[in-house]
Design a protein around this ligand. Structure first.
Ligand code: SF4
Ligand code: SF4
Length: 181
């Protein structure tokens, strides 16, 4: 398991490597931000959840446009309740420092009933993002979908991230039930 025995700084390094998968790859070949006026970057108070250990990247980079807080969303790992860190921005960022949630939007990981990690269109995006509303999963740029899958195939080998993803999938289910037709 690639994260086993690694210290927290190594987790930051792994996230930085994963970030690179999305430096040049975007959901579709066109700049979708131009098409929709970058609706997902309005700097509102919704924030982006970080994945376990990702806060170390933010602490390392210390981007001036980011505010990091503990959210009320929790998961349990090794008998400890953990509050998921959430990042807020003011609608502008250095794209090379943006968190994973922004890089993969509007796709998201989801652990299905068989316990496998799959990639789905984020149901939270359906009220906001025209791509999430209009496209089928296989209509996203192939490399983008492939890199999202690759990122979470790697990350979900880490026990804590897997535990988090199970809890996160329950949270995603609440939106799925609402938006699924
Ligand atoms: S809301 Fe959707 S279409 Fe608009 S910039 Fe964000 S990902 Fe692209
Ligand atoms: S961090 Fe950057 S990409 Fe993410 S919502 Fe803020 S401005 Fe958009």
């Amino acid at each position: 398991m690639f994260l086993k025995g690694q210290d927290r700084m190594n987790i930051a390094y792994i996230y930085l490597q994963i970030y690179r998968l999305f430096d040049k790859i975007t959901p579709i070949k066109a700049d979708c931000g131009r098409l929709c006026g970058a609706r997902c970057c309005k700097g509102d108070d919704s924030g982006m959840y970080l994945f376990p250990g990702e806060e170390k990247v933010i602490e390392l980079l210390n981007p001036p446009w980011a505010t990091l807080e503990k959210s009320e969303f929790t998961y349990e790992y090794l008998d400890k309740k953990k509050n998921v860190p959430i990042l807020f921005c003011d609608g502008k960022c250095d794209r090379y420092q943006r968190p994973l949630a922004c890089r993969i939007f509007p796709l998201t990981p989801y652990i299905n009933s068989d316990g496998n990690t799959e990639i789905i269109i984020d149901p939270r995006a359906k009220s906001l993002c025209p791509l999430a509303k209009e496209l089928k999963k296989d209509e996203f740029d192939y490399k983008f979908s492939k890199n999202v899958k690759k990122a979470f195939n790697l990350l979900s080998k880490n026990k804590e991230i897997k535990v988090f993803l199970k809890e996160y999938s329950k949270y995603i289910d609440e939106y799925r039930n609402f938006y699924e037709d």
